[in-house]
Each structure stands twice: as C-alpha cells, then as structure tokens.
Design a protein around this ligand. Structure first.
Ligand code: BES
Ligand code: ZN
Length: 631
C-alpha cells in the first residue's frame, strides 16, 4: 500500500469518527457540521456561517433577459462569526437587508477566474436571515434565454437554467458548493401564458394571476440539496402523466413523441429501487428541453432535464434516463463534496445505469453499453495528462468542467464493477444500498468513500483488499490490471463486419439484420480509424441511410467517420447536426476533428459562426476554445 493511500485511509477513519462525534453533540444545533474538505471552487467559509435555506422571489424579464428580485437566505452561524461569504458571478447586487429590511453592509470582492466574486455580507446582530436584492446579467452562464424561433412552437420565448458545476452563482447569490446542502422555495413571476417548472415540489396549479399579464408560480424543495441542483425552466409547457409518480413536461408540439419514448419510466424506477432502496424524492418527472440544451441529461431532483436528441423514436436511447434516474441516489441523495470527488457522482451513477439497463432490458444490452463506455475511456485516456486519468483529481485553479471527461464516469464505474466481481452481488448489493442509506442527504469525499468501503465491505479481508488493489485505483493514473473487463458477444459479429467492410466488402453484404442501435454505433466507432475511401463511404451511407438516421448517437458516430476521411458529401448532414442541436458531447469532438485539418477548419468556422448564437453558454465556452470566439 502506498503511503498516500495509507494516510488517506487513516484520515478516512478519523473523519468517520469526527462526523459521528459531531452528530452526537446536541449542544449546538444551529450550526450543522462543516464539510470536512475545503471546496476550492467556492468562496464560502461554511465553518463560520453557512446557508441552510434559499427563498427566491424572482421575476423573469424576457425583454431584457434578466431575472430580477430577491433571495432570502437562512444562515446558520458560529457564535463568533461576523460575515457570511456568498458566491456570485455577474450578479448585480442592489441592496442587502436584514430580516427587518434594514440595510446590511456588504462588499463584492474582485473577480477570480472561473469562480466569480465573493459577496461578503456583515451578519445582522439579530435574526438569521439575509435578504439579497439583485438581478442576473443578460449573459448569465447558467441561463439560456431562447427566442420563439429557437423553440419547437416558434411562438413563445423560453428560459432554462443549468447549474452544474459552479453556474448556480450566476443566477442565485448563495454558497455554491456541493458540500453545502440547502433547502429552497421559490416564487417566480412570468408573462402569461408561460409556465414555470423547477426541481422542487410543484403545486398542481397553473399559477396565480399577478396582474399586468403575468402569473406567479410557487415551489418548495424540503430536502437539502447541493445548490447546483436548483433548476428552473419557463416556457410554453405541456404535461402528460406516464405513471403514478412519473410524467413528462415539454412543448405541446413535442409531447406525444416524448411521452411515447418515455413509457418505461415507471418500470425503471421500480428496477432502480430494487438496487438503491426506496426512491426518496416523491415524483420523478422529465422535462424535454429545446435542442440547444447542452447536455444529454441533467439530474435536477424530481425533474430531470433531458435533450430532445434522446427522442430516437424507438426508445433506443433511454439508458440516458436510467443514468439521470440513478443520480436520484448517487449524486442527489449522496453527493460529491467537492468537484475533485466528481467520480463519486458519475462513477456510481454509470455503474447504476448499467445495472438498471440489465434489469429492464437484459444483460446483452447492458454489456454493450459497458463496452462502448470502456472503449470511450481507453480512447480518451490516451490523450489526457496522466494526472487527469486518476479518479479523484486536483482541480485547484481550474474550471471544474476540465474534470468532466469519461474518467469519472467509466473508470469510476469500472472500479465498482471490479469490486462487485470480487465479492459477488450477494455481498455487493447490500453494501451499495447501505452506502446510500448511511450517507443519505450528505455530501462526501473520496476519503469518506474509502472509509465506508473499508468498514462496511472489506472489513479487514486482506485477500479481498489485494484482489481489488485499491491503491492502484485511487492513486495511479490509467486503468489498473485488476479492472473488470466487460464483454459483449453481440459486438463480436460487429467487429467481424467492420473488418470485412474495411477490406472491401460491399455494404449490402454486411450481416446487419436485427442489429441494435448500439451495434451500429460500435461498427462506426470501429471504422473511424480505418482508411476508407469516398466510394466506400458513399456505399455505406446510401445503403444504410446513415446521414438520415433519427438516432443521434449513430448520426454522431457516422459524422465522425465522415470527418475523419474528409468526406464532402456528408458535410450538409454535418452542418444540419451542428446547427440543430447544442449537446456539448456531440459538438466538441466534431469541432475538434474539423479544426485538425485544412479541409475541416473553414467548415468549422463557417458552421460555428452560424450556430454559435443558438448554443447555451456551457457549449460556447467549450467550443470558443476550439474554434475561436469570432470564428
Ligand atoms: N450530471 C451530468 C451532466 C453534467 C456533468 C453537467 C458535469 C455539468 C457538469 C449528467 O448526469 C450526465 O452525465 N449527462 C450525460 C449523459 C449520460 C448518459 C452520460 C450527458 O449529458 O451526456
Ligand atoms: Zn451523470
């Protein structure tokens, strides 16, 4: 065992005791225990004063593209605390008041790259409330304001937020750290006939009249969540029930398609509960967003946000919902305490996603996903600095976005699969359920994970410890030798067909009958590095209509093959894809590949110039770094 792992394990044990001791100290109920690890992405000093509840009263002004109003924060403070430090970025602060509406002294400190500006407020002598009157900037990174033309209905504007990792501070002045859990409520006023949804309990009303063609909607989240999970959407939204605790919100024009694609949602929850224990959030609804949504999905509690690119028409992309649903346990119930521990969110969730898919659709489908994931990981790791291929990474001075590679997802999932293989599901599954229960509604570090694993599963079993080889997982770059390797028999024949095609077989002779979409995806990923000719690509596309597929993963994989071979006839389809959706995972590799060659660069610049105004800030932030801000 390396010294670093040994000391981490020792620290884990000390921490576990410290938390237990804190919990037993009933003399200071007002001050919940501070996170054990400092969050390098927050200015908050939670040991002195921390936000426990956020009450929002905001109005959406679509003409100036700002949210305006106030946030009333409930603060738990140490006896000697003088200030509370909040995170803000781009917020215009009008006034800060105490509970009696008397002004409080405050100052906005200078901007720090990635992080924004600390808002330091002198705590009131009496009372535990701080009221911040403010408005957001029109270019707030969390918010995207869509014109009617950017929506499906083309008639009404639309607004939605995305908070992860540190964007909530661009629309709410709070302590924006995943280790500082907060409850929230909100009163949101919008123009009629728009409707508001949030990641909270929503009363089943269409809002109340607020005069001047406006309506007000109320929300409440009583379970403490990390602030990156506070989310809002405003638009012409319709709702359809899918089951007793599930439903889908989207624009009316999309409702039928969305409801059809998501029919399995209720069954998915049942499968997830078998693995994770009871679903603790009441309802599970899905909001299908306009195409610019920069992610596949976002696990906002009670209301997953999803890209419309999952609407393949054949339910073939629902693993994405299995993933977001799994976050209801890993991520939302038990959260990463800092962004360096992000793998605790995404690795557990990816493992959990594969288990849900196995339970619902069988092991062959789950193992195809696991193999696709592993291949992704191996390809991406080859290009990453070794330190960024570790599970828990050092993000000090960096944007947490730099940690969103496939490493936390797939290497994290591979660790859990490896442990599962080593102990068997009879032991692993109860441990996993126990882990969610022991840490429910808390945010934990990698060190606390190790402590839990040691105390609750390994329990001093040296042979087991050696088999898993924890130090290799936690401290070393790359994939350890002990890694469980998923295999998919369904992919063996795909690889054979890829070989045949690359060696000159006609596309019409490929044995693709009855192939699952994941098999097509695998075929195309295999062909990406093959020196195919334009004639071969034409044969493949005309025979199998790849440019016209409604499956976004297959289209993406095909376009990557086409770009790798500088295949001009696919450029119109490429252009359509890049301008019709804004999912960063699809945009980033395509623009990167284009920018690598003199053939691709003008295409990237031309397409990006046209598409950029339609993308969310999360995507432009990334693509600006690849193509340039003024392409
Ligand atoms: N929570 C993530 C999205 C995220 C991560 C946003 C980090 C911002 C920073 C979400 O659960 C996710 O992983 N989405 C994936 C889909 C999933 C099936 C891998 C995505 O959007 O592609
Ligand atoms: Zn995720």
């Amino acid at each position: 065992m390396t010294r670093s792992v040994r000391s981490r394990i020792a620290l884990a044990v000390i921490c576990a005791f410290a938390v237990a001791a804190c919990r037993q100290d009933a003399t200071r109920p007002a001050m919940p225990e501070a996170p054990l690890t400092a969050d390098v992405h927050s200015f908050a000093r939670p040991a002195e004063a921390r936000v426990t509840h956020v009450a929002l009263e905001l109005e959406a002004d679509f003409s100036s593209r700002v949210l305006r109003g106030r946030a009333t924060l409930t603060i738990a403070r140490a006896d000697d605390a003088r200030d509370v430090v909040l995170d803000t970025r781009g917020l215009e602060i009008a006034r800060v008041l105490d509970q009696q509406r008397q002004p409080l002294t405050f100052r906005l400190e200078p901007e720090v790259p990635h992080l924004g500006r600390p808002l330091v407020v002198s705590l009131p002598a009496a009372g535990d409330r701080v009221v911040v009157e403010y408005q957001t900037a029109p270019d707030a990174a969390a918010l995207q304001w869509l014109s009617p033309g950017q929506t499906a209905g083309k008639t009404h504007p639309y607004l939605y937020s995305h908070g992860q990792a540190i964007l909530t501070r661009t629309w709410i002045p709070t302590q924006d750290s995943p280790g500082i859990r907060q409850t929230y409520d909100a009163t949101i006023t919008v123009p009629t006939p728009l409707r508001v949804v949030m990641s909270a309990e929503m009363p089943p009303t269409d809002g109340v009249d607020a005069g001047q063609g406006r309506r007000t909607f109320r929300f409440r989240m009583n379970q403490p969540i990390p602030p990156y999970l506070i989310a809002i959407a405003v638009g012409d939204l319709a709702f359809r029930e899918l089951g007793p605790r599930t439903g889908v919100y989207t624009e009316p024009a999309m409702l039928a398609r969305a409801a059809d694609e998501l029919v399995d949602l209720e069954r998915m929850i049942a499968a997830a509960e078998t693995l994770g224990g009871p679903y603790r959030w009441g309802r599970y609804d899905v909001l299908v967003l306009p195409p610019s949504f920069p992610f596949g999905g976002m696990e906002n509690p009670r209301l997953t946000f999803a890209t419309p690119t999952i609407l393949a028409g054949d339910r073939s992309l629902v693993s994405l919902l299995a993933h977001e649903l799994a976050h209801s346990w890993s991520g939302n119930l038990v959260s990463n305490a800092t962004w360096g521990d992000f793998w605790l969110n995404e690795g557990f969730t990816t493992y959990f996603e594969y288990r849900i898919m196995e339970a619902l659709y069988g092991a062959p489908r789950a193992s195809m996903l696991a193999v696709l994931g592993r291949n992704d990981l191996l390809r991406e790791m080859a290009d990453l600095p070794p330190d960024d291929t570790k599970l828990a990474i050092d993000l000090a001075g960096r944007d947490p976005d730099e940690g969103t590679t496939s490493v936390p997802y797939e290497k994290g999932a591979a660790l859990l699969a490896t442990i599962e293989q080593a102990v068997g599901r009879d032991r692993f599954d109860p441990w996993l359920r126990g882990y969610f229960n022991r840490h429910a509604f808390t945010s934990i570090t990698t060190t606390q994970f190790i402590a839990d694993l040691q105390q609750e599963l390994i329990r001093g079993d040296q042979a087991l410890l050696a088999r898993i080889d924890l130090p290799a997982w936690l401290d070393a770059p790359g994939l350890p030798a002990s890694t469980f390797v998923p295999v998919s028999p369904a992919f063996t024949q795909v690889e054979e067909q890829a070989r045949r095609f690359a060696q000159g077989a006609r596309a019409s002779t490929l044995a693709v009958g009855g192939w699952a979409p994941q098999q097509w995806q695998h075929l195309l990923e295999r062909l990406r590095t093959r020196p195919l000719t334009a004639a071969q690509l034409r044969d493949l596309d005309t025979t199998h209509a790849l440019s016209a597929t409604g499956n976004s993963e297959i289209l993406f994989a095909w376009l990557r093959v086409a770009v790798a071979r500088q295949y001009d006839p696919a450029v119109p389809a490429l252009e359509r894809f890049l301008t019709s959706q804004g999912r960063r995972k699809f945009l980033k590799p395509l623009y990167e590949d284009l920018m690598k060659t003199p053939w691709g660069r003008p295409i990237a610049r031309r397409v990006y110039a046209a598409a950029r105004p339609g993308y969310h800030a999360v995507s432009t932030q990334t693509i600006d770094g690849i193509v340039g801000e003024n392409p």
